[in-house]
Design a protein around this ligand. Structure first.
Ligand SMILES: [Zn+2]
Length: 453
């Protein structure tokens, strides 16, 4: 009896190294490869049955002996793992899985689906599975090419290692659903460079991401025609949260509504690009211990940008420098609370949309506020009605340019310790400028030198 000639190299994404693998299964009669590595399998009924039976025996054998289940580079037709317990590692790296996938089991060590291609007709379901114990979980580089949804609804990641969906690709019809998932693992969570290209919704609502490391969606691409929902989710890890350079495109809306950022590190949305319809951060709680960074972000969405009622109560700075709001709708920071202990800066930002509101917005805490050289150029109003500038430091509106219709600072309170500076501000509006009822009770100077009305 000869052995299967299949050899491959697979990647350990956590140690960043390649590992050689040689199959040790007996080869099929007349062939140089085993049943699982036969690329010429047509997948007809009898072949499928034979493969499924052989896989089932292999799984039973591995679990009963507590041995690793190694299925590298396999050609499989169905994968059903219902209510099983895997005490040892499970590895399906580099495999092709056609047919149906439904997995609801408990895993206690490494689980690797790195570089797997899911080419099924229907849904791929991991709902309610539990990944716990020692080890890492990897779906890195996996390609979901199925024509149904991919669902990790209610899945629990509670292991001591990392969870990686880095560079994972989701193609075809259907949704990507992580609703109610719990990421409570000790390591990092990676969705870096993941590509959400399925036609339907991307659902991360009610998800808890509470790992001890970083949570990274940096450079992730969301290109779908449905919603992207992070609503009511909670980020509460020990490390930073990255959405740096993430890209949101297609019809539909993006919601971070009521999302809670409670992580101990920074929150980074720098250079993110929003090209969908509505971008909604309404009532979002930014309570992380580090800075909040939206610098160089581009809001290119067609509709409104909502930060209404958002609470920026973080420990560090809030940075919207050079952020661009370029499309038609409203940008609302009204009723937002900025009560952080660092600087708040919109310096160099551009607002080309129709209506901008900072009405009833409260700025409190130590540090300064900067709207230095901000460009407001929409057709509608810029409103700071009843906004309260209670921050201790300098309030800088120097060089700001208002080309909007009406500029309304009605009943604004400046009550900080530093200067309030409108030097070289340009009011080039078509309508009126309203500073009536403004209270300058700040301890420093009020400067309008060089301002142009
Ligand atoms: Zn083989």
């Amino acid at each position: 009896m000869s052995l299967c000639s299949y050899k491959t190299v697979y990647r350990d994404v956590f140690k960043n190294r390649d590992i050689e693998f040689t199959c040790k299964n007996p080869s099929e009669s007349d062939l140089e490869v085993c049943l699982f590595h036969n690329p010429n399998n047509k997948g007809d009924y009898s072949e499928r049955q034979k493969i499924n039976e052989a896989l089932d025996n292999k799984i039973k054998d591995a679990t009963s002996k507590n041995e690793p289940l190694i299925c590298i580079g396999y050609n499989l037709y169905d994968l059903f793992l219902n209510d099983r317990e895997f005490r040892n590692s499970v590895c399906f790296n580099n495999s092709y899985i056609k047919g149906k996938v439904k997995i609801r089991s408990r895993f206690f060590k490494d689980v690797w689906f790195t570089d797997v291609k899911f080419e099924c007709d229907g849904d791929v379901i991991f709902d309610g599975s539990k990944f716990r114990g020692r080890g890492n979980v990897s779906f890195a580089d996996a390609k979901f090419l199925n024509q149904g949804s991919v669902s990790f609804k209610g899945t629990q990641f509670r292991g001591r290692g990392n969870v990686s969906f880095s560079q994972t690709e989701f193609h075809g019809k259907g949704n990507v659903n992580f609703e109610d998932a719990r990421f409570l693992n000790k390591g990092d969570i990676y969705f870096s460079r993941a590509q959400f290209l399925k036609e339907g919704h991307v659902l991360f609502s009610h998800v808890h991401l509470e790992c001890q490391g970083v949570v990274s969606f940096d450079n992730a691409r969301f290109v779908n025609d449905g919603f992207v929902l992070f609503s009511d989710s909670r980020f509460k890890g020990e490390g930073d949260v990255f959405f740096s350079s993430a890209h949101f495109e297609g019809n539909g809306e993006i919601h971070f509504k009521r999302t809670e950022f409670l992580n101990k590190g920074n929150l980074k949305f720098d250079e993110v690009q929003f090209l969908k319809e509505i971008v909604n951060f309404e009532d979002t709680k930014f309570l992380n211990q580090g800075g909040i960074e939206f610098y160089d972000a581009k809001f290119l969405n067609q509709g409104d940008v909502e930060f209404r009622g958002a609470k920026f109560l973080n420990q560090g700075e809030v940075n919207f420098e050079r952020t661009q709001f370029l499309k038609h709708g409203y940008v609302k920071f009204s009723d937002a609370q900025f009560e952080n202990n660092g600087d708040i800066s919109f310096a160099g930002a551009t607002f080309l949309n129709e209506y901008v509101s900072f009405s009833d917005t409260v700025f409190r805490g130590i540090g300064k506020i900067s709207f230095n050289n901000v460009d407001f150029e929409g057709k509608g109003n810029v409103e700071f009605v009843k906004a309260q500038f209670l921050k201790e430091g300098y309030v800088d509106f120097s060089g700001v340019k208002f080309v909007n219709k009406n500029v309304i600072f009605f009943k604004v309170q400046f009550e900080g310790k530093g200067d309030v500076d409108f030097e070289y501000a340009q009011f080039l509006k078509e309508g009126y400028v309203d500073f009536s009822g403004v209270k300058f009770v700040n301890e420093g100077n009020v400067k309008f030198a060089g301002a142009n009305f």
